[in-house]
Design a protein around this ligand. Structure first.
Ligand code: AMP
Ligand code: ZN
Length: 465
């Protein structure tokens, strides 16, 4: 069957077929770097990470680009309030964004273009739009005339208001022909301070939407396979991107528009303006582990809203522990000689079930259910010592395969610091002397330090609490 994805343009699940068989081009709308990203934003970036990882899993070479919006009203205002330059300010939050991605084990894009590095290309794109009469100038600002683009509204289903509707947005500066027209270039305003470019379009700065049209076509070409973002970007951002790009190229800009649903808090979208948000550092400071946050944010279906709770992070931790525990047991187990075909078949089937679930529009809940089913099975085989040498390597391969997408497992046996090693040795000695009281005391001490001790037939096992 192969991979199917829900295309927002047309609103159906479609068989995925890239333009070129062996390379997939993906553009994701990145953050506006005026502050730390909140975990709602990070849910979208993690969904995109799962998408990229799965495309690679399917054997595609993926060329993935994510832009950084480093000039807009919010960044300009924040830099001014912090008495610093736009560049210095946005560099700081771009670095913080990269740190978040690294903590969450997100794969790097081949390029993270910044809007301010593409001003010349933006200006020439706007001029092309003007030549083709998709754009008009009013008081030094340039607007896109949406009435001129016949497919405007196809992505979002928006009805275009065809009546000429003279609207004055800002009495002094902006006058548009139609209320729905949007700015491609904004004439300099005193609030912009020293943030402006003075080229072919006069003193001003780009609107938000134009940067993605220009950077994506410049880096990935005029026809892109996948363009992704959160659902709030469908309108106006992505609708406008299509209009800006296709008016110039006369080609189909994007084959698959993929949008992920929001992270919500008590029924409301997590957002800066609602004040109902947490940044990753807020959660790490509270003692939560990035790995558990990653798992929580990728574990529901990307087209379903996900309710953020602290209990959710704790449940994610338990889920990871269950998967990791079986994986560690397999890594450490002393296998039997020979082969157990029942286990071989179960492992192959489970691997197939995992891939088939993700093939179906990245159905992560179904993929996870197949993993937990497999783990219950394997735990039984481990208890009854039926795992053979061959099974062991098949099962290790299974865990390595699923972790190409999940990105949460560790194949290292736990490394202990000297204090913990000392306690484990003391406990072993106490047990040799059958000093059970001392042995239990040390077990308790280890538990307080975050380690659980299990005495098995194969020796003492230590795992993280
Ligand atoms: P921004 O930095 O505001 O441009 O947003 C960056 C990305 O985060 C975009 O793809 C948004 O659609 C997405 N986003 C914003 N809020 C949420 C949320 N509560 N849940 C999921 N994604 C979000
Ligand atoms: Zn964008």
């Amino acid at each position: 069957m192969g991979l199917t994805l829900f295309n927002s343009l047309g609103k159906t699940k479609e068989q995925f077929k890239p333009k070129n068989e062996d390379e997939v081009t993906v553009y994701c709308c990145g953050p506006t770097v005026y502050d730390y990203a909140h975990v709602g934003n990070l849910r979208t970036f993690l969904f995109e990470d799962v998408l990229i990882r799965f495309l690679e899993f399917k054997g595609y070479k993926v060329k993935f680009v994510m832009n950084i919006t480093d000039v807009d009203d919010k960044t300009i205002k924040a830099a001014k309030n912090n008495n610093t330059t736009l560049k210095e300010y946005t560099n700081r939050f771009t670095d913080e964004f990269f740190k978040d991605l690294q903590s969450l084990n997100v794969k790097e894009a081949v390029k993270y273009p910044r809007a301010t590095d593409y001003i010349k290309d933006i200006e020439s794109h706007i001029i092309k739009l003007q030549v083709e009469e998709y754009c008009y100038e009013r008081n030094g600002s340039y607007y896109y005339a949406i009435n001129k683009f016949s497919r405007y509204g196809n992505l979002s289903g928006l009805e275009v208001n065809n009546e000429k509707n003279k609207t004055r947005l800002n009495e002094d500066e902006y006058t548009k022909d139609n209320a729905q027209d949007f700015a491609l270039w904004k004439a300099w305003d005193k609030d912009d301070g020293d943030v402006y470019w003075e080229g072919e379009l006069g003193k001003g700065r780009p609107g938000w939407h134009i940067e993605c049209s220009v950077m994506s076509t410049k880096i990935l070409g005029e026809e892109i396979d996948i363009h992704a973002g959160g659902v709030d970007l469908i309108f106006p951002h992505h609708e406008n991107e299509i209009a800006q790009t296709e008016a110039v190229t006369n080609k189909r800009f994007v084959r698959y528009w993929i949008h992920s649903e929001h992270l919500i808090v008590e029924g409301k979208k997590m957002s800066k303006s609602e004040g109902n948000f947490f940044t990753l550092r807020d959660l790490l400071d509270k003692g939560y582990d990035a790995k558990n946050i990653r798992f929580l944010l990728i574990s529901s279906h990307y087209r379903s809203q996900l309710n953020f709770t602290f209990d959710g992070i704790n449940q994610a931790k338990e889920s990871i522990n269950r998967i990791q525990e079986t994986y560690s047991k397999i890594l450490e187990c002393k296998p039997e000689i020979g082969t157990n075909t029942e286990i071989s078949i179960a492992t192959k089937e489970s691997k197939k079930a995992f891939e088939e679930a993700l093939d179906d529009d990245l159905d992560m809940p179904k993929a996870l259910a197949s993993i937990f089913k497999f783990i219950r099975n394997i735990n039984k085989y481990l208890e009854t010592k039926q795992v053979s040498e061959e099974n062991k390597s098949e099962i290790i391969d299974y865990f390595e395969t699923i972790d190409k997408i999940l990105g949460i497992l560790s194949n290292k046996t736990i490394e202990f610091d000297d204090g913990i090693k000392e306690l484990i040795e003391q406990r072993d000695k106490a047990r040799e002397k059958k000093d059970w009281k001392r042995s239990d005391e040390i077990r308790e001490e280890l538990r307080n330090k975050g380690f659980i001790v299990e005495d098995t037939e194969e020796g003492t096992r230590i795992k993280r609490n």
